[in-house]
Design a protein around this ligand. Structure first.
Ligand code: PMP
Length: 295
């Protein structure tokens, strides 16, 4: 098994242990990232590190190493595991103290970096597209817990995924309390209508996905598409020409059925297919990545 970065040391999976008093376990008190390496290059590493530190700032957690040191630690973790393609999970918890909720006694945050592989959906779903449903579990509004914070508490996302699976679907789409579409359980959502690309506005309660931002940029630059962020309801999804999800782990995947309605032609649409191709070329080219093994 691989080597895990834990507070500056590389340990085997068996040795990499943390206390049962760790706040990450007791309260989900911490933040994390999910990052991919393509072809020996860590995609958008700088952006992921920025988001990690922004999440930490929002929860009053001072990460005790600099962004440059974090960058180096992530690159090293991929390198010591000798990986070219990888899914990387940096985690920072508030550290370890007693059972109380008060965070001030936690003096030393716990930093963990895992470099491994991930498969969210079976390979064939990338060709056939997903069956998705909207779920009853709402995405927390920004005045409850801003979904821009990528915190270790993923309970609503997990409940949404369970609801989707119980309903016989692969993925769940979450609405905000006003009924506007926000995102799926671990991925952002887009739809295409009359050759324009739409995605829910981040201020509705959405994680500002790095894949989302990349897709928007590539769609404008490479395909000349107009990209519109706004307020959308389920009606907009049902009547879209194409719907797809984006995320680091998921990458880009079509939703061809939502709440029993067939979306567009019921298969991966042309624009989605083009965006997937352009995205993979871009990610594999290394132009937007940090090289692990030198150029
Ligand atoms: N929304 C949620 C809730 C997520 O957990 C993720 C995965 N990080 C995303 C969207 C997609 O974000 P990204 O493209 O940065 O991975």
């Amino acid at each position: 098994m691989g080597l895990i970065y834990l507070n500056g040391n590389f340990l085997s999976t068996e040795e990499a242990k943390i206390s049962v008093f760790n706040r990450g376990l007791l309260y989900g008190d911490g933040v994390f990232e999910g990052i991919r390496a393509y072809n020996g290059s860590i995609f958008k590493l700088k952006e992921h590190i920025e988001r990690l530190y922004a999440s930490a700032k929002a929860i009053w957690l001072d990460i005790p190493i600099s962004k440059e040191e974090m960058h180096q630690a992530i690159v090293e973790t991929v390198k010591v595991n000798n990986l070219k393609e990888s899914y990387i999970r940096p985690i920072v918890t508030r550290g370890t103290h007693g059972l109380g909720i008060d965070p001030w006694e936690c003096k030393e945050p716990t930093i963990i970096i895992i470099a491994d592989k991930i498969e969210v959906f079976p390979e064939e779903f990338y060709e056939t597209g997903l069956n998705a449903v909207t779920v009853a579990t709402r995405r927390a509004p920004t005045d409850v817990l801003d979904p821009r914070i990528k915190s270790l508490n993923y309970m609503s996302n997990i409940l949404a995924r369970i609801e989707a699976r119980v309903a016989g679907a692969a993925e769940g789409i979450m609405l905000n309390p006003q009924g506007y579409v926000t995102e799926a359980t671990v991925d952002n959502i887009f739809f295409v209508k009359n050759e324009t690309l739409y995605s829910p506005s981040v201020t509705l309660g959405v994680l500002p996905g790095i894949t989302r931002a990349t897709v928007m940029e590539l769609a404008k630059k490479e395909l000349g598409l107009q990209v519109v962020e706004g307020l959308f309801t389920r009606y907009d999804l049902y009547n879209a020409d194409e719907v797809f999800m984006t995320g680091t782990a998921v990458e880009i995947i079509s939703a061809v059925k939502i709440d029993g309605r067939i979306i567009g032609k019921g298969k991966q649409g042309e624009i989605t297919s083009k965006i997937r191709q352009i995205f993979h070329e871009y990610a594999n080219s290394g132009v937007a990545g940090s090289p692990v093994y030198g150029k």
